[in-house]
Each structure stands twice: as structure tokens, then as C-alpha cells.
Design a protein around this ligand. Structure first.
Ligand code: NAD
Length: 419
């Protein structure tokens, strides 16, 4: 019996099963590695602008505390449930371990469509959620960050609420804050920059000239838009982008700067152009060199995997590819290079780690230093993944996840089982 259910949790459990088999982890050891340490569910009541009261369900899952505090984003989306949050916390653990950060994985969220709230209601809900979480989080226990549907402003409200209860400013309780409230330079761009940096490395390895390359990006929020801008600056032509409101395609290349400005002003791509609109269901199978899923989970199924017409899949989103699709992509390794999510989007948590360190020390770095160190960590993890995949003759995802799981397992074995 478990309280975790749903397709996203099942997917994380299935992926772990593949890795556990690959590493020959004894059956009786598997639950200790997979099942979350803690899950917290809270009711968050808020005053609506019309004078009524609404209650939203909030969650936080802390996967393991073996390597240090837990770390992970907070998602505001109507689809959020405990199973999804648990899966995202588990992936976060393998990610932090893969890139060598002293964290376990966590994730949180509220089942709410943030666009249905006014700014005042969003602030009330954000503050109440953090207040409900105070007994369970802390700078050395669990540190929150942004994810889908949350941003720097929400992190500033979280930090302010926590600090009010402590009677002092505790900037290190969350990362992804505005620079004016103790955030680090380069955090907002970190995930997208990392995705573009790794895609560029693979383009080099595959002898694809960025100036003649094309990219297609699903999702145009923080991660998708920054990835688009970075690839554009490298000379790559972005031929299609999409978000929850629709998709745009232009074979000669889209005006990325214009799209970023439109999305910032209007909150989405809607209304940018009717002429360039096309069916969003077709975006993942458009021909391109680099395909970047940067929205939600489970968008690449086995059927889409068989029909991909790209050379590189750079998984900016968490869990965009189902285990069934992985089997297809494994067969297509020679023509499609996969940069798995736990490596591809890890620039976000790497720079969150830098933000936490800077807040603890009250010593702040230049942006150039933040980005240089981010790329150094990503390059090292990428090299290790490629070497491991080659050595064991396994798929890139298997290699990356095996390295993450192994590090957590080794720490658990060395520390022993209490009592
Ligand atoms: P965001 O809320 O800023 O943007 C999400 C984007 O996805 C929006 O453009 C939205 O319209 C779009 N979207 C939602 N549903 C869609 C659908 N069905 N089809 C097409 N587009 C859709 O979120 P974000 O921070 O950019 O996160 C995007 C992904 O990256 C998530 O999977 C998140 O977990 C992952 N991620 C984010 C970070 C980070 O630092 N923000 C770090 C690592 C991973």
C-alpha cells in the first residue's frame, strides 16, 4: 500500500525499477531508495477578491535526507497532486546526486491554476502555503525554489513570510529569489542557459554547425524562452515554439526577441500571430536538429518517439519522455542523441545551490562567475555520463540515472540504517 499514485509517480517508479535491475540492487533495498521520507499535505484557505473564501490543497514531498537538506521547486498548476509532486522529488534526488550537490530531492506544489487568481489572491495563497510549511522546512532542512507557475515574486513572498515568523531575514530559505531580495545573478536564466550549453556541446560532437542548425521548443515559460534566446544567440534558427495557448511555426526562423517581449507583456504567446499558427500536436515531430520539450511531463510517448525527426532531444522539462518511449529512443540512439532531463535541466538547481551558498556566506558573485561554474559542473557531469554510457553500453538516461542512484545508495550504505 502506498499513498502515491497516478501516471507520473508510476513512471518514476518504473524508471527506478529499470535502474535498480541494471545495478542489480537487491529487492529488499529498493523501497528504501525509492519511497519518499516525508509527505506533507496542507489546506490553504484564501480570501477571494469577491469576499468569498476558497481552499486549495498544497503538498511538499521530501525524498531523502541522506546527503544533506532537501531541495526542490514549487509548482502551481491545476494538475498538481501528491503523486506528481513525489515523482518530481524523486527525479530531483537523482539529479542532485548526478551533478554532485549535497542535497536530497524535494518538490512542492498547489493544485491551482495561477492565472485564475488576482495578484493579491496569489500573494495570499503563496504566503499561506509557506506559513503552513514552516514546521517542515528550513535552510538546513528543505529549501524551496520556483517551478512551473511560480516565479521570483512568489519566492520573495515565501522568503518574506518565513522571515517574519523567524523575526529576522532568512534569505537562504528559498532560491530563485529576485536579486534585490538576496537572489543570485544568473539564476533566472540558469536552467535555459544550461539546456542550450549542453545542446551546443552535442551539436559540436555531432558536427552540426549551429549557424546552419534549427531548433523547435515546446513551452515558452522561463526555461523554454531562455533556451530559445540562448540558442538564437548561438546562431541556431528557432523554427517553432508553443505554449498552453497554441503553437507558432516559421521555416525561415521566428523573431525570438519579439516573442519573448510579447510573452512578457501578455503572459503567453496568444495573440502574437494568426498567420504563423499551426496545430500544437505536431510540434514534437517537426523536422529540426534540436528538439526541446520545456513544458510538462509525458509528452513524448512511444508513437511520437518513433516519429521524431530531430538529431538531438534536449529534455528541459522534467519527465517529458515515457518509459515506453525510452525503449524506442534506445533503439534510435544512433540517429537521435538524448540529453536526459536530470542532466539537461540541472543548471537550475546548480545555480540554486550557488544562491544558497552565497546567502549563507553573505558573499555575492559576479554573473560571469556563476555561469562559468555552472557550465563547469554541467560539462563534468556530461562527460561522466557519456563515458559511463559507452563503458556499460547503455542508453544515456540509464547511465545518468545509474550514477545518481548509485551515489545516494553509497551514502545510505556508508551511513548505515538507524537505529
Ligand atoms: P513556466 O511556468 O515558466 O512555463 C511553463 C510553460 O509551459 C508555459 O509557457 C506554458 O504555457 C507551457 N505549457 C504548459 N502546458 C503546456 C502544454 N500542454 N503544451 C505546451 N506548452 C505548455 O515553467 P518553467 O519554470 O519554464 O518550467 C518548465 C519545465 O521545466 C517544467 O517541466 C519544470 O519542471 C522544468 N524545470 C524548470 C526549472 C526552473 O528553473 N524553472 C528547472 C528544472 C526543470
Amino acid at each position: 500500500m502506498t499513498i502515491y499514485s497516478g501516471p507520473v509517480f508510476d513512471m518514476a517508479a518504473k524508471q527506478f525499477g529499470v535502474i535498480a535491475d541494471h545495478l542489480s540492487i537487491p529487492l529488499d533495498e529498493r523501497d528504501r531508495l525509492l519511497m519518499p521520507k516525508r509527505a506533507i499535505t496542507v489546506s490553504c484557505p484564501v480570501h477571494r477578491d469577491d469576499g468569498t473564501t476558497a481552499v486549495f490543497e498544497g503538498y511538499r514531498v521530501q525524498h531523502h535526507l541522506t546527503l544533506g537538506p532537501t531541495k526542490g521547486g514549487t509548482r502551481f498548476a491545476a494538475s498538481v497532486d501528491l503523486g506528481e509532486v513525489a515523482a518530481l522529488a524523486i527525479w530531483m534526488s537523482w539529479k542532485c546526486a548526478l551533478v554532485g550537490l549535497p542535497y536530497g530531492g524535494a518538490k512542492g506544489g498547489i493544485g491551482v491554476d495561477p492565472s485564475s487568481l488576482s495578484k493579491r489572491e496569489l500573494e495570499g495563497l503563496s504566503r499561506r502555503y509557506m506559513q503552513e510549511m514552516i514546521p517542515f522546512v528550513g535552510p538546513h532542512t528543505d529549501i524551496m525554489a520556483p517551478d512551473m507557475g511560480t516565479n521570483e515574486q512568489v519566492m520573495a513572498w515565501f522568503m518574506d513570510t518565513y522571515s517574519m515568523y523567524q523575526g529576522q531575514t532568512v534569505t537562504e530559505i528559498v532560491t530563485g529569489k529576485p536579486v534585490s531580495a538576496g537572489g543570485t545573478l544568473g539564476r533566472r536564466e540558469a536552467t535555459g542557459r544550461g539546456v542550450a550549453h549542453l545542446a551546443h556541446r552535442v551539436m559540436n560532437d555531432l558536427e552540426i554547425n549551429p549557424n546552419r542548425a534549427t531548433a523547435v521548443i515546446q513551452g515558452f515559460g522561463n526555461v523554454g524562452s531562455v533556451t530559445a534566446l540562448e540558442l538564437h544567440h548561438m546562431g541556431v534558427k528557432i523554427t517553432a515554439v508553443s505554449d498552453h495557448t497554441g503553437a507558432l511555426h516559421r521555416a525561415a526562423g521566428l523573431d525570438i526577441q519579439g516573442l519573448v517581449e510579447h510573452a512578457a507583456a501578455h503572459g503567453s504567446l496568444a495573440g502574437y500571430s494568426n498567420e504563423l499558427a499551426f496545430d500544437p500536436r505536431e510540434i514534437l515531430t517537426l523536422p529540426c536538429d534540436v528538439l526541446v520539450p520545456a513544458a510538462v511531463e509525458r509528452v513524448i510517448d512511444a508513437n511520437i518517439a518513433g516519429n521524431l525527426r530531430c538529431r538531438i532531444v534536449a529534455e528541459a522539462a522534467n519527465g517529458p519522455t515515457t518509459p515506453e518511449a525510452d525503449l524506442v529512443l534506445e533503439q534510435r540512439q544512433d540517429d537521435v542523441f538524448l540529453i536526459p532531463d536530470i542532466l539537461c535541466n540541472s543548471g537550475g538547481v546548480v545555480v540554486s545551490y550557488f544562491e544558497w551558498i552565497q546567502d549563507l556566506q553573505q558573499l555575492f558573485w559576479e554573473e560571469e562567475e556563476v555561469t562559468r561554474r555552472e557550465y563547469q559542473i554541467l560539462d563534468r557531469a556530461f562527460d561522466r555520463m557519456v563515458a559511463r554510457a559507452r563503458r556499460d553500453e547503455v542508453f544515456n538516461r540509464t547511465a545518468a540515472m545509474a550514477m545518481g542512484v548509485e551515489r545516494v545508495r553509497n551514502a545510505k550504505m556508508t551511513r548505515g540504517l538507524f537505529p
